[in-house]
Design a protein around this ligand. Structure first.
Ligand SMILES: [Zn+2]
Length: 265
């Protein structure tokens, strides 16, 4: 599979792809409920976008979880707990228990119970070095607990910075915690919260993280769904960040998968 023409990486080929990507996405996904940023994952170039002010920080929900995990690892000698999610009873978004989880499955399922445990004793101060390294808007140093794993609206981040932070994550794929995070994102596309991407693309070769956050649109809904998808999983060529108004992140992952499928055709 190749999203780009298999010739040398000359600029004309890329700008041609960029123009056709814009046309395809505008034609087939015209809904104003859908916002997106599409990047060339290898160069970091923004290929196409529809997003009012992507540099304005907004709550991005569970998209922050990989960075929460990194801050936890760095302050706990890279040792992660084995956690038992009891569902709603232990503060998860899912009513039914996720059961026993490690970091890989917790990323795949975006388990709030697991990440509440990680964030419990973290402070914004401890997240700042990670935020800096990945180019994210830093949290308030005094922040602690659930806002640091993406609950609520107290750690807003610019969508354009978040997309680039995931490209940086992939660049650091050989680092120990990052390896588990990326394994969790691959698992997410197969049978986690990002499986809509795998289903819509009709193959499960993607790295996906989903999130749900308080809506910041003018006509506010209870929440917006977010998806970061990098394809293919092995040496990504594209990174797509999608926001869908008024749906959970897991539902938004279907939209992201359909967009990627159309780009691939
Ligand atoms: Zn859970």
């Amino acid at each position: 599979m190749a999203f780009f023409p298999a010739q040398d990486s000359s600029l004309p080929a890329k700008s041609l792809f960029s123009q056709s990507a814009v046309l395809v996405l505008e034609r087939d996904f015209p809904s104003s409920d859908i916002s997106y940023l599409l990047f060339d994952a290898r160069s970091g170039t923004l290929l196409s976008s529809r997003w009012d002010d992507p540099a304005r920080p907004i709550p991005l929900g569970s998209l922050v979880k990989p960075f929460t995990a990194l801050a936890y690892g760095e302050t706990h000698e890279n040792k992660f707990p084995s956690h038992f999610c009891r569902g709603e009873a232990s503060g998860c978004w899912q009513v039914h228990p996720h059961g026993k989880l490690d970091l890989v499955s917790a990323i795949s399922l975006s388990c709030n119970s697991y990440f509440r445990a990680l964030a419990e004793n973290l402070t914004g101060e401890q997240l700042i070095p990670v935020a800096k390294r990945f180019g994210l808007d830093p949290p308030d140093p005094a922040l602690s607990g659930p806002p640091l794993m993406g609950l609520g609206d107290r750690w807003p981040i610019a969508p354009i910075k978040m997309a680039r932070a995931y490209l940086e994550l992939y660049h650091r794929r050989d680092q120990p915690i990052v390896r588990d995070i990326l394994a969790g994102m691959a698992q997410s596309a197969r049978n986690g919260t990002g499986k809509g991407v795998g289903e819509a693309m009709k193959r499960e070769d993607a790295l996906v993280k989903t999130g749900t956050a308080p809506c910041t649109h003018l006509h506010a809904a209870p929440g917006d769904g977010f998806v970061i998808a990098m394809v293919p999983a092995n040496q990504p060529e594209l990174l797509l960040l999608v926001r869908v108004h008024s749906v959970p992140g897991a539902t938004a992952s279907l939209t992201a998968g359909r967009m990627l499928r159309r780009l691939e055709e």
